[in-house]
Ligand binder design. Structure first.
Ligand code: K7E
Ligand code: CUA
Length: 673
């Protein structure tokens, strides 16, 4: 039995006992074991409910959380890792944005390689609008191996390896200008789904907005994930051209619906705004129709179709199935969905598809079986302007349930429970998709977007908790100026239990959209790199990595090469001299294997800070174009003599060439390379 289960069974009795002797009875303690705590609670103005929430979420020092929550870091372009239920922030993973503590994008060559993969149109992009993290899955359940996340602003997808929780790859999508229905994985992580958001010409050409219908297009890309390599393989990935609707959220089918993907959309009106031209604003134009289209896509078949070059076009170096081919090959169908929907979520058994209409108070539940039948029987109510068959709404829509105002996203519990966020109402609705009964609603503060429940989008949801990812915080915290924190609220829930708000966790680095919660035992990161000289880019030992005994400085054709080791509490070599104008290559290995014995390496004025975790090796390249003296030091407080872990790079002016040769400053065991 896990720690929090144990807490859960005893907490109600404990709180009742505390308050029986103290707070609720007479407003103060008067002896017995609980008296002091009761007094503390009273002094701090805490109610019995507050104390209960505190006891349910408190994880004592040294104890571990039961779950890990991987949350998007919003505009910070990062991923946040929280422990749950304590809601303690455990890590910020640099993804699309350089992150100085981890030395991500500050001199370590490997991290620049990853960030440079994310260049678009030759431009370095130094941020991302991360929305949807997706844990890798095996048979529809999280397997704890990889994490993916999208950048909505610049259509990109990143791969994070959960062995060291570092970003290994950024893949751009040159066919899109923005994405949104990303990242979502197929049940065995065969593909990472990326749907576009704002249509644009797929070939990156110019077309005036007046030619929106004919020239602008949406798209969905299925990025092939090579699990052995731990990388997306763009050569085996493909994109399907879609009409210029605004495709929104995605989800992959599972169980009986495995092989299919679902994407909802808005703006089937194809409005383009233009207030200045006398048009209704985009927001009004996109909400004119009562129905938009849920896109139903046979990705398994599409993968086959994409394998035959006769079916595809190559645009911007990527394989594209044109819209007419997608229709002809029966890869794409539409299903009417009520008014400007936002979330689409497949039930744990894969049999139903739940859609929320943000301007409609209902969730709409579709039957996968009925969809298949309608496809087989060609039970269409027509086609759209692009010839895509529209399945008969009456045939495939199974039921609707009124939940409240502004339903958005749904997560699932173990026995038919569903949790749907109500943005306008600022509440979480708990209902049952099997019985189609509303169970209860709990207010949150304020304006919830996504919800995250443990394994809440997998075949085996755990229930227990649901986190409300709120967009507004208004008055929940001491003011820190006009830009308020976002607020994660932890709610307790469970099959036989009402929802209870337990904890507010302000998130201060961007607008996190979505999070996924995994059983902490399923993620088994390394505590140190497995061997000394480990290169996190290749995830193997770099045979060239310097180790103890072969440190040194050498010079070759305008290059100074430094082989350095780091160990508590010195670098070796500790000083080296470089002729002005040389390019300098510093290979450094942290030769320690002790847990948490991380060193940093920073050089004055070079924008360099590298994190060297136990066993890790990194390479730094810089141009010593300016003469002078540049101290380097360890940025990680690693020992009592950490301040002494420092040295000098001396750049000798051209005018003095030869006065002190680099060889004079060799390390203790110099070698030639
Ligand atoms: Cu904001 Cu999933 Cu991008 Cu809804 S999304 S809230
Ligand atoms: Cu090493 Cu401080």
């Amino acid at each position: 039995m896990t720690h929090s289960h144990r807490v859960r069974t005893t907490v109600t009795a404990l709180v009742a006992a505390l308050f029986a002797v103290g707070l609720t009875a007479c407003g103060g303690g008067n002896g017995g074991d609980g008296t002091d705590i009761s007094q503390v609670a009273q002094n701090r103005g805490l109610s019995a409910e507050d104390v209960e929430s505190a006891v349910k979420t408190y994880v004592p020092g040294g104890e571990k959380d039961e779950y890990l929550m991987f949350a998007s870091g919003g505009h910070a372009g990062q991923v946040l890792v929280f422990g749950m239920p304590s809601m303690r922030l455990l890590k910020v993973i640099g993804v699309f944005t350089p992150e100085p503590w981890q030395g991500y994008g500050y001199g370590a060559e490997e991290t620049h390689r990853v960030l440079d993969e994310g260049r678009m149109n030759d431009r370095q992009i130094e941020w991302g609008d991360t929305h949807h993290p997706a844990l890798s899955e095996t048979d529809g359940n999280y397997d704890g191996e990889y994490l993916f996340i999208n950048d909505k602003a610049n259509p990109r997808v990143a791969v994070i390896d959960l062995r060291d929780l570092e970003t290994k790859q950024i893949v751009t999508d040159p066919l899109m200008k923005s994405n949104h229905g990303a990242t979502f994985v197929t049940p065995n992580t065969e593909y990472i789904v990326e749907g576009s958001q704002y249509p644009a010409p797929l070939d990156d050409s110019y077309s005036p907005v007046t030619e929106y219908e004919s020239e602008y297009r949406g798209a969905v890309t299925f990025f092939k994930f090579d699990r052995d390599a731990g990388r997306v393989d763009t050569d085996r990935s493909f994109t399907i051209e879609l009409p210029p609707y605004m495709q929104d959220l995605s989800d992959a089918g599972k169980g009986p619906s495995d092989g299919w993907a679902f994407i909802n959309s808005f703006n089937t009106e194809m409005a383009t705004g233009g207030i200045g031209q006398g048009n209704p604003p985009l927001e009004a134009g996109t909400a004119a129709n009562d129905m938009d289209y849920l896109h139903v896509i046979n990705w398994e078949k599409a993968a086959e179709v994409a394998g035959n070059p006769q079916n595809t076009e190559t645009i911007q170096g990527r394989t594209v199935i044109p819209l007419d081919v997608a229709v002809e090959q029966e890869l794409l169908y539409f299903v009417p969905e009520p008014k400007s929907p936002h979330g689409v979520d497949v039930t744990p058994n894969g049999e139903k598809i739940v859609v929320s209409g943000k301007l409609d108070p209902h969730v709409t539940v579709y039957s996968w079986e009925a969809m298949q039948q309608a496809i087989q029987n060609e039970n269409f109510q027509g086609t759209d302007d692009f010839g895509v068959p529209i399945l008969s709404y009456d045939a495939v829509m199974e039921d609707q349930l009124e939940l409240g105002l502004g339903p958005l996203h749904t997560q699932f519990g173990p026995n038919g429970q569903a949790y749907t966020s109500l943005f306008i109402e600022s509440a979480v609705a708990k209902w049952n998709w099997q019985t189609m009964e509303m169970e209860e609603k709990e207010s949150v503060h304020y304006n919830v977007g996504h919800l995250a429940a443990p394994a809440g989008d997998t075949k085996q949801p755990a229930g227990e908790y649901v986190v409300s990812l709120n967009k507004w915080a208004i008055d929940r915290f001491k003011s820190v100026g006009p830009l308020h924190p976002q607020n994660f609220q932890l709610l307790e829930t469970g099959p036989n239990q009402g929802m209870q708000l337990l904890y507010d966790a302000p998130v201060a680095i961007g607008e996190p959209h979505y999070a996924q919660v995994i059983d902490a035992d399923k993620v088994e990161p390394w505590n140190t790199y497995p061997e000394v000289g480990f290169d996190p880019g290749q995830m193997e030992v770099d045979s060239e990595a310097p180790t103890s005994g072969d440190e040194g400085v050498s010079r070759d054709d305008g290059k100074t090469i430094v082989d350095m080791t780091a160990v508590r509490s010195h670098f070796n070599p500790e000083r080296f001299t470089v002729p002005q104008g040389d390019s300098v290559i510093i290979h450094i290995t942290n030769v320690e294997q002790a847990r948490d014995a991380t060193h940093g390496f920073a050089i004055s004025e070079y924008n360099v800070n590298v994190s060297l975790e136990p066993g890790e090796t990194q390479t730094i390249r810089l141009l010593a174009d300016e003469a002078g003296v540049f101290p380097f030091y360890c940025t990680e407080f690693c020992s009592a003599l950490h301040l002494e872990m420092a040295g000098y790079m001396a750049v000798e002016p051209r005018s003095m060439a030869g006065a002190e040769s680099p060889a004079d400053d060799r390390g203790t065991a110099a070698r030639e390379r």
